[in-house]
Design a binder for this molecule. Structure first.
Ligand code: DAH
Length: 325
């Protein structure tokens, strides 16, 4: 059989193949180690140089062509079987879904970043606290009515342990271990034993700020808080302080902001100068040091930023909600 005939024979055979296994056996028959084309190539050594050149070239060409034909056929068979199982390989691939950070985490990260840029150190504290750190050292004694400001989850079977009701106990922990001057920010989860509604959750996120030095004043705070809100909302935000009461600050203020274009003033933070009793409780001399503290809600800022009207959405686990951020 000459090479031409061989090629025709293979082409014919490939036409009616529908079984990939049979295709493979055919491939071996022609192109395998003992296959017909291979044998032609092997037998060349007994031929004259001129013939070797001519036939060798042709046989090698044929080998390539046949290889190509076999591969093409194999592809066709694969495609046909894909179509049988309803697979359309011309369809664009399905996009792989990857998750992203929860909106509260995104906002918390942004808060961290802004304060870091303002030269604050970021720290975190434990969610289970002693009543000493959460209350007493913050100038809220056990019998003081101010305790009613924080409805508390107490730990069963543990005296004086609770789920922190605010991030303020980190003021106590930090000051006990460090000497001024410093400025810190403490984001973290806090807990309240409350009925939930659109603006109350049993847990939510706060960020606590504390700056203490020789002569740190409310004027310094005003600058910091102004910078913070300007960077957070990316706008010139108006700030106003309203007199308020917190046991751990004196004087105490409520920080309100007005976002450009909006009519309402929004209450966004509690703050004040650290109360001398708090400084004493951590072993500082209030004559030597003074500073400001503030506490804000991450959830509240996230709600303002994105126009969300129900805090419970953050904790709903509903992907239709979180996917929007
Ligand atoms: N800890 C307060 C709360 O959860 C918020 C707060 C108010 C923090 C005034 C402060 C502060 O540091 O100075 O309601």
């Amino acid at each position: 059989m000459n090479l031409k005939e061989l090629k025709e024979e293979v082409k014919q055979a490939l036409e009616d193949i529908s079984d990939p296994k049979y295709l493979e056996s055919l491939r071996i028959k022609y192109l395998g180690r003992k296959g017909e084309v291979t044998q032609i190539l092997r037998s060349l050594s007994k031929k004259s140089l001129a013939e070797r050149k001519k036939v060798g070239k042709e046989a090698n060409q044929l080998k390539q062509e046949l290889n190509h034909l076999f591969n093409k056929k194999l592809e066709e068979l694969k495609m046909a079987s894909d179509q049988q199982v309803g697979l359309d390989i011309t369809q664009p691939g399905a996009r792989v879904k990857i998750g992203h950070l929860h909106p509260l985490t995104q906002v918390e990260n942004q808060i961290r970043k802004i304060f870091q840029d303002l030269n604050f150190s970021v720290l975190e504290g434990p969610e289970v606290e002693s009543s000493h750190n959460n209350f007493d050292a913050l100038n809220i004694p056990a019998d003081h009515p101010a305790r009613d400001m924080w409805d508390t989850f107490w730990l069963k079977d543990f005296d004086n342990l609770l789920l922190r009701t605010h991030t303020s106990p980190m003021q106590v922990r930090y000051m006990r271990e460090n000497k001024p001057p410093f400025q810190i920010i403490v984001p973290g989860r806090v807990f309240r034993y409350e009925a939930t509604d659109a603006s109350h959750e049993i847990n939510f996120y706060q960020f606590e700020g504390l700056m203490v030095g020789d002569d740190v004043s409310l004027a310094n705070f005003k600058y910091i808080v102004g910078e913070f809100f300007k960077r957070f909302f990316n706008k010139e935000v108006k700030i106003r302080f309203r007199p308020s009461y917190f046991p751990f600050t004196e004087p105490s203020v409520e920080v309100d902001i007005q976002i450009p274009g909006k009519k309402d003033w929004l209450e966004v933070m509690g703050a004040g100068l650290v109360h001398p009793n708090v400084l004493k409780a951590v072993g500082y001399n209030p004559k030597h040091y003074q500073g400001f503290a503030f506490g804000g809600g991450v959830d509240r800022l996230a709600m303002l930023k994105y126009g969300i009207d129900d805090v419970r959405l953050f904790y709903s686990g509903d992907v239709r909600f979180v996917q929007q951020f």
